[in-house]
Design a protein around this ligand. Structure first.
Ligand code: SAM
Length: 169
């Protein structure tokens, strides 16, 4: 991962419009064992270390029911990322790819996502495995994993149409 002031051979940065962050609200903070990007795994592992999702007021009540799900989609703000790269060189070898074809933290809106395994809830805090972010990373949102979640509202005709297509013969 390039330092903010550095760029790798053949990488391309653009002049970004000033970010407005679309009015996002951080709902808490993520506590992990990793103090630097070099220490972080590239992607979380479900047998990785326990990390803490500390949810802040007034959002704690919004956790009600989450214990029903073993897998949770975690969205977070990769706050130390640069946001101006459109081509990146993940291997730092001169070969580049477009930012939207990789999962680099450097992106115009540095949202990270992981599917984490819920270990337990301790009041306002969820203990999970499967993260890959710095200690102190702002928490954006939590959702039940889509493979486990069944819509609670009555089905609509469009819901039927959006079921996965059966495999072709
Ligand atoms: N799992 C997420 C995803 O796919 O959207 C993030 C993947 S990204 C490749 C993970 C890397 O981002 C880590 O290895 C670390 O180098 C970097 N990173 C982690 N936390 C960060 C933060 N708060 N700000 C900037 N970079 C961060």
């Amino acid at each position: 991962m390039a330092a903010l002031s550095k760029i790798r051979p053949n990488e391309v940065a653009v002049a970004c419009p000033p970010p407005t962050d679309a009015g996002l609200v951080f709902i808490g903070v993520i506590r992990t064992p990793w103090a630097s990007r070099q220490e972080c795994p590239r992607q979380g592992r479900q047998d990785g270390p326990i990390c803490r999702l500390e949810v802040h007021e007034p959002w704690i009540v919004a956790l009600d029911g989450i214990e029903e799900y073993q897998l949770i989609e975690v969205l977070y703000w990769l706050h130390e990322s640069r946001r101006d790269l459109v081509r990146q060189s993940p291997g730092n070898n001169g070969a580049t790819r477009g930012t939207f074809s990789i999962r680099s933290p450097a992106r115009p809106n540095p949202i990270g996502t992981s599917v984490a395994r819920l270990v337990r809830r301790e009041g306002p805090t969820l203990l999970v495995r499967g993260l890959d972010c710095l200690d102190g990373t702002p928490l954006l949102d939590l959702k039940p994993d889509r493979t486990l979640f069944k819509p609670l509202a009555p089905l609509q005709p469009e819901d039927i149409e959006t079921q996965p297509a059966p495999p072709a013969d």
